[in-house]
Design a protein around this ligand. Structure first.
Ligand code: PGA
Length: 260
């Protein structure tokens, strides 16, 4: 499954630390899923404090978006001030979890081992992980793209229990997010994205064998209405993960409209 016309695309919005409950409410009230694009799977990752508002707002309006959280602590519960667990996120209405976002890795020091523990916690709680991988500009310029992507994937999938879950049919998503394209206005070309996605697909195949075939690979980094359609149509691109342009219901809907 990779970017062929037959596969429904995924459009995910990562709101980061934007959109508290009142703005989240305004978003759902204004959002219209484009007609004729009902097959596109829409995911939203709001701040955890806005989950309840979205659960309520989506239910009332029949909007087919599914919700996730941007981070969890790997333990179930305990003395971890400021953290939430996968179980709590699920109870609050989340069905997905972003793991390994470059902002978590770079600003909050999330290690490859943390990433694997969070994926295991997500499966334990019944959440679908969306693992983000990507290289910095310095790494890209040094010709280390594949080394970095490989390292991120190997670490995330190193625990046997995680690979078994995926083999047993648990859903797992990957996003290629080149760090130099996040929030910068710089976008990878469709050819850049296709090249990286092909590498990710082959690494997933060597780690998971036929368990890799159902894993969608999304592209993320300065996706906006003007470039969404060409990225969503690029070879090997199964969807997009959108930051800034997902905060506005009109531009988010235009991105969904760009899906084949
Ligand atoms: P951006 O963010 O679309 O604002 O570049 C993407 C992301 O970080 O997921």
């Amino acid at each position: 499954m990779s970017g062929s016309a037959a596969n429904a695309r995924i459009v995910a919005g990562n709101w980061k630390m934007h959109m508290g409950p009142s703005r989240a409410r305004a978003f759902v009230e204004a959002f219209r899923h484009p007609e004729g694009r009902e097959q596109v799977e829409v995911l939203l990752f709001p701040p955890a404090v806005s989950l309840a508002t979205l659960v309520d707002g989506l239910r009332g309006r029949g909007v087919q978006a599914r919700l996730g959280v941007q981070n969890i602590h790997p333990e179930r519960e305990g003395a971890f001030t400021g953290e939430i667990s996968a179980e709590m996120a699920r109870e609050a209405g989340a069905r997905f979890i972003l793991v390994g976002h470059s902002e978590r890795r770079q600003i909050f020091g999330e290690s490859p081992d943390d990433t694997a523990r969070k994926i295991a916690a997500a499966f334990r709680a019944g959440l679908t992980p969306l693992l983000c991988v990507g290289e910095t500009l310095v790494e890209r310029q040094a010709g280390r793209l594949e080394e970095v992507l490989g390292r991120h994937l190997d670490a995330a999938l190193s625990p046997r229990g995680i690979r078994d879950r995926i083999h047993d049919g648990e859903r797992f998503l990957v996003a290629y997010e080149p760090v130099w394209a996040i929030g910068t206005g710089e976008t990878a070309t469709p050819a850049d994205a296709s090249g990286a996605h092909a590498f990710i697909r082959s690494r997933l195949e060597s780690l998971l064998g036929d368990g890799a075939s159902g894993i969608p690979i999304l592209y993320g980094g300065s996706v906006k209405p003007a470039n969404a359609a060409e990225l969503l149509n690029a070879q090997g691109v199964d969807g997009v993960l959108v930051g800034g342009a997902s905060l506005d219901p009109v531009s988010f809907a235009k991105i969904i409209d760009g899906a084949p």
